[in-house]
Every structure is written in structure tokens, then in C-alpha cells.
Design a protein. Structure first.
Length: 539
């Protein structure tokens, strides 16, 4: 062996030794999914161990270093300031008011919170039941109008969950789990910890990196000595190889140290999952619904990848969280109900009632986002559980007319438009007349001409009536007028419309006209009231 070849061979030996020490057995008869799961689980456990070390390091620094503590407090103040501003802007965003879109449809355009109070109050009630009785924190559980499955938490204690995510849930137990997961981030002080970890991570990595470099030197030197002994070298040669190995080991250790990367967001998400699991079990919700939730998300992502754009539906993480949920169930013993105790809770009748409304509205949002599979499934649910809801029938018909491929699909669309006409006593979904006329025209039967003319005339008159009456008064009528109509329909009143007394019609019209001007405060979105979060300077 020449002197010139020693570094290369030694580097190879060091690489093989380090790789062997770090790797698991290469041969296995396990299925690919099981092997991948073990690999992901091992990585998660490793990240959790490093997270615990980083957290302990940060907490100790926070307790012992006044400058670091001031930096953390300043950064956390910025976070809370930003979150307060975001909550303020969300809470006062312009309400959803009706407008006419390009094809003549009348649409309520949401810009922030979902405004049906019966649905929102139900979501908040479920969330409040999950708050520990001894908690010193206050929470608000709010719905936002967005067809993507999104859930996130503010440091203020506000939990936002999208209509898109709720529309994918099968029962109240799954809803409780999602809310409990988001609540856990506040209960576990994850936002304050994020500030600590963010500011401590560089210092932690420096110390951890230095330690790894020293380990690399030791491994390299030992490998050099072993290489010398293996080649029959004398003591001087072994010493030279040991020194060369130390240099190579320092390089390996440096690369190892530079590769330090901890996904501590994922670790915190796993912590929140476990806390949520315990929270819903304490409320006697059926924890077996948790993996079913992730399985539903997986299936939804397969049908439309955009469903995975929010964290709850993240394509990479959903499979991992499904496996984690199954592990938690395997480790848990679900006690049978005690004498006189009710069975585990899966859902309540309230869930079905409010979901029919929410899925109708989210189905309409999904339709205009071209998320057709979600729109179709949401509107099918709404039609089944609110058979007298004209909007559910109308938009289901629009989905089927647009994406349908067969004569049967077109027939389903036409039947939905006919049901929309049947139940639309207030003529809010007057486009159904137009699409019904198109279906009749497609039949190419001259005997249907009078019926075609009748449907087109009904469409025209309803459109004029909306434009001349309700649209004119849109800015003076309550923004939640459609919700009032929903409530009245549930109470059996299907035809009531607002009546403006003749004595105030002029004043009402003037107010509405002023409100429609661009400079009107009603047409302005408030500016953000908080500066973006900036990292506090390191001392």
C-alpha cells in the first residue's frame, strides 16, 4: 500500500464504519409500507429526542440568561401583536353579501369568517366542552369560509377551522379531535416555545456541532489505528494513520454537524395529536374515529391534490399521522361503559343538521374554486339531509351539468334543476329556470317550445325582480339575510320576504345608493394593524 492511497482508503473505512454504526439491518422481509413506516417512526423518535434536548437547552437559557429572556419576550410580543391584528381583520372583514356573477347566478361572496351563526355556535360549543376545567386560558373556535381543509391556532387562543375541513368530517368525534388538536398548541404553550426555540436553535446547533466534530475526530483516529493494524503496519505507521484518520474524521464530523436539522414543527404537531387524543377520550368520544379521519383525508387528497394544501391534509404527513393514530389506539385500552353510562360518542343529531347547511355552502365555494369532487360530495350530502333546500339542488345540478359525461349525468342535473325550481319559493336561485330551458332545448322537440319560453321568461322576470328589489336594498338589509331565510325555512316559513314600508323606502334607497359608492367605508377592507413578526436580535 502506497502512502498516496492511505487517505482514500482510510476515508472509505471511516465512511463504512460510521455508516455501519448508524444504519439498521439491511435485509428484511417486511412489506415496503411497513419498512417505510418503521423508518419514519425512527426519524420521528430521533427528532423528538433532539427536540427534548433543544427545549431543555432553551428553557435553561431562558431561566439563566436575562438577555435571552428579554429577546424571547420581545419576539413573543411581536407574535401576539401580529395575531391580534390578524384576528381583528378577520373579525371585521366585510360580510358576505349577494352579488351577480358572470353567468347570472346570485352568489354570496365570503371574505373571512363563515357567517352562519347556528353552524358557528355549534362548532364553538363542541370546542368549549373540550377545554380542561382547570385551564387558565380562554379559547374561541371560529369558522372561516375556505374549501381547502385548513386548521390553525393563534397565540391569542383563537382556533380557526375552515368549512372545507369540516365538510370532510363524518361525525362529531372527528370534529372534536381537530378542535382539540388546535387547542393543544395553546395549552402546551407552543407559540412561546417557538420563540424560545427559534432564538436558541443557532446556539444549540453550535454546541451540538462542536460535539459532533470531536466525535468525528475520535472515530476517525480509531478507524485509522484499526486500518493500520489490519494492514500489518508498525507503531509509527499506525500513529501516522491515526493522525490522518483524525483529520478525515474531523471532515466527516464537520459534515455531520453541518447536517443538523430538526423539524420541530412536526414534533409539536405530534405532541398536539397526542394531547387531542387524550382530550376527546376524556369526553367519551370514540377515539377510533381518529384514524378514519386521516383515511378520509388521504382519499380526498387522491381525488383532488389541492385538498392536501392545508396542513391537516398534507400529503406527506397524513399517512404518518394515520399510522401514529393507529399506534395510539393500539397502546390505549378503551374501557367499556360503566353501568348506566352511555356508549362512546360518535356524533349527535345536531352534527347532521348543521353539516347539511355547511356542506351546501362549502359545496358552492368548492364549485367556484373548480374543486368539483368536493363540491359534488358536499352537495349530495346537503340534498339528502335538506331535501327542500333549493340552493343545494341548484348547485348540484350545475356541478353535474359541467362535469357530467353521460346521458344519465345530464338527466341527474336536469332533475336537480327541477327540484330547485320546486322549492325556490323566494326565487333566490333563479338560474335553475335558465338551465331547465337549456335541457329542454337539447331534446330538440318543437312541442316543448312553449315550456322553454315559460322557463326563460321565469328566469328573466326573477332576475329583474332581484336586481330591482333586493339587490337595490342589499346594503341596507342584514348581511345574513340568507341565514335568516334558512332559519325561517326550518321553522316552516318558506315564502317570507322583507317588506319595506312606503314611508321609508326613499330613505332606505338613498342609504343603499351611498353604501354602494367606492369611497363608502362599507367597501373598504381595513389595513393590517400589526407589523410582521421579526426575529429578536441575538445578544
Amino acid at each position: 500500500m502506497t502512502t498516496k492511497s492511505v487517505p482514500f482508503r482510510l476515508a472509505l473505512i471511516v465512511f463504512l464504519l460510521v455508516g455501519f454504526a448508524a444504519s439498521a439491518p439491511a435485509q428484511s422481509n417486511k412489506a415496503p409500507d411497513a419498512k417505510l413506516r418503521e423508518k419514519e417512526k425512527a426519524k420521528a423518535e430521533k427528532d423528538a429526542r433532539r427536540y427534548d434536548k433543544l427545549r431543555a437547552f432553551a428553557l435553561n437559557l431562558h431561566q439563566t440568561d436575562p438577555d435571552f429572556r428579554d429577546d424571547v419576550d420581545e419576539h413573543y410580543d411581536h407574535v401576539q401583536q401580529q395575531h391580534s391584528g390578524e384576528a381583528f381583520n378577520m373579525n371585521i372583514a366585510p360580510p358576505a353579501r349577494p352579488e351577480v356573477v358572470h353567468d347570472g347566478d346570485r352568489l354570496r361572496r365570503h371574505t373571512g369568517l363563515y357567517d352562519n351563526k347556528l353552524v358557528g355556535d355549534y362548532i364553538n360549543r363542541v370546542g368549549q366542552r373540550l377545554v380542561p376545567t382547570d385551564s387558565d386560558k380562554l379559547f374561541a373556535f371560529r369558522l372561516v369560509a375556505d374549501p381547502r381543509p385548513i386548521a390553525y391556532t393563534m397565540s391569542t387562543g383563537t382556533i380557526y377551522i375552515s368549512t372545507g375541513l369540516v365538510s370532510l368530517l363524518d361525525n362529531e368525534a372527528q370534529l372534536a379531535y381537530v378542535l382539540a388538536h388546535e387547542m393543544a398548541h395553546v395549552q402546551l404553550d407552543h407559540w412561546k416555545l417557538k420563540s424560545m426555540l427559534l432564538l436558541a436553535e443557532d446556539e444549540f446547533n453550535k454546541k451540538e456541532g462542536a460535539r459532533r466534530k470531536l466525535i468525528g475526530v475520535a472515530i476517525g483516529a480509531a478507524a485509522g489505528v484499526m486500518a493500520g493494524a489490519a494492514t500489518g503496519g508498525d507503531a509509527a505507521a499506525m500513529a501516522q494513520l491515526g493522525a490522518t484518520g483524525a483529520v478525515v474524521g474531523f471532515g466527516v464530523g464537520s459534515a455531520w454537524a453541518d447536517a443538523l436539522k430538526l423539524e420541530w414543527d412536526t414534533v409539536q404537531e405530534n405532541e398536539a395529536d397526542e394531547a387531542a387524543f387524550r382530550a376527546i377520550a376524556n369526553q367519551r368520544y370514540d377515539i377510533r374515529e381518529v384514524p378514519r379521519l386521516y383515511a378520509t383525508l388521504q382519499q380526498a387528497v387522491k381525488q383532488d391534490r389541492r385538498v392536501g394544501l392545508g396542513f391537516m391534509g398534507n400529503r406527506r404527513r397524513t399517512a404518518e399521522r394515520l399510522a401514529n393514530a393507529e399506534d395510539m389506539i393500539a397502546r390505549s385500552l378503551i374501557p367499556p361503559p360503566a353501568a348506566g353510562e352511555a356508549k362512546l360518542i360518535s356524533t349527535h343529531t345536531d352534527f347532521v343538521r348543521v353539516m347539511a347547511t355547511l356542506k351546501r355552502d362549502n359545496g358552492i365555494l368548492s364549485f367556484y374554486h373548480d374543486m368539483f369532487q368536493l363540491a359534488k360530495s358536499n352537495l349530495e350530502y346537503a340534498r339528502t339531509n335538506r331535501p327542500n333546500d333549493p340552493a343545494a339542488h341548484y348547485y348540484y345540478g350545475k356541478v353535474m351539468k359541467l362535469v357530467g359525461r353521460t346521458e344519465e349525468d345530464r338527466k341527474l342535473a336536469d332533475e336537480a334543476f327541477q327540484k330547485a325550481i320546486q322549492f325556490d319559493h323566494r326565487e333566490r336561485n333563479y338560474g335553475a329556470h335558465f338551465y331547465r330551458a337549456l335541457a329542454l332545448i337539447d331534446q330538440k322537440n318543437a312541442r316543448l317550445n312553449p315550456e322553454i319560453a315559460k322557463e326563460l321568461q321565469s328566469y328573466l322576470m326573477a332576475s329583474i325582480k332581484f336586481a330591482s328589489e333586493e339587490a337595490e336594498l342589499a346594503n341596507t338589509l342584514p348581511a345574513n339575510l340568507d341565514d335568516l331565510y334558512d332559519y325561517l325555512t326550518e321553522a316552516g316559513e318558506v315564502s317570507w320576504r322583507p317588506v319595506v314600508p312606503d314611508s321609508i323606502k326613499g330613505a332606505v334607497k338613498q342609504v343603499s345608493t351611498e353604501a354602494q359608492k367606492p369611497e363608502s367605508p362599507l367597501n373598504k377592507v381595513p389595513p393590517a394593524s400589526a407589523a410582521p413578526v421579526k426575529a429578536a436580535p441575538k445578544k
